[in-house]
Design a protein around this ligand. Structure first.
Ligand SMILES: [Zn+2]
Length: 197
């Protein structure tokens, strides 16, 4: 009898969906089931599925952000080295263009990755609660990330803090967005006052 009982319990344990490993050692462990059907291309060699779909998605975006950050840092080093010694100016011009492009790409990638991370971090639905879909949680994460970045920019302007490279990236993303929003607001105001487009 005891043997039968044990077998059933083992079977049940094997069939129960495992829980995502993200944050399992911290204060805020993930509650979603492991994404068993994760595309192989998203796994490292020899890795078994261990995360939920949202954490795999955040990991992919995080890796893209890391790649952009690495490229940006390497370009900064290049500018301090060979580019600095460029006697003709051609390399200098190209290098600064590369750095500008990478700065924008890294800023966007960083913001998207932070947004996906904070979306995945949201806890399980509470009884009676309508659980916000991924797109809503991501947008919330993005807006809060921008709000933090603008706060940091204020601290840096006042002189209270020095920004790290990733903080500068976040500020750049937030400022680009704020500048576009202010421009749209100005255009809308002109139209509302009857002065056309
Ligand atoms: Zn997860």
């Amino acid at each position: 009898m005891t043997e039968t009982k044990q077998t059933t319990t083992e079977q049940e344990a094997a069939e129960a969906p495992r829980v995502c490993a993200a944050g399992s050692k911290g204060q805020n462990p993930c509650w979603r089931p492991v994404w068993q059907e994760v595309p192989r291309v998203m796994l490292y060699i020899g890795e078994e599925p261990a995360l939920c779909s949202e954490h795999y998605y955040a990991r992919v975006l995080g890796e893209h952000a890391d790649a952009a950050l690495y490229a940006l840092e390497a370009t900064e080093e290049w500018i301090k080295g060979a580019v600095q010694d460029d006697p003709h100016g051609l390399l200098t011009e190209r290098a600064y263009n590369v750095r500008d492009d990478l700065f924008k790409e890294a800023a966007q990638a960083w913001a998207r990755s932070k947004a996906a991370e904070s979306a995945a971090q949201v806890g399980p639905p509470q009884p009676g609660e309508v659980y916000p879909p991924l797109v809503v949680r991501e947008q919330m994460g993005l807006l809060l990330h921008r709000s933090d970045a603008l706060n940091n920019a204020r601290g840096a302007l006042i002189g209270d803090m020095e920004l790290t490279l990733t903080q500068r990236l976040a500020v750049l993303e937030a400022l680009t967005e704020a500048s576009e929003a202010a421009n749209e607001k100005a255009m809308r105001y002109r139209e509302e006052q009857g002065f056309g487009k």
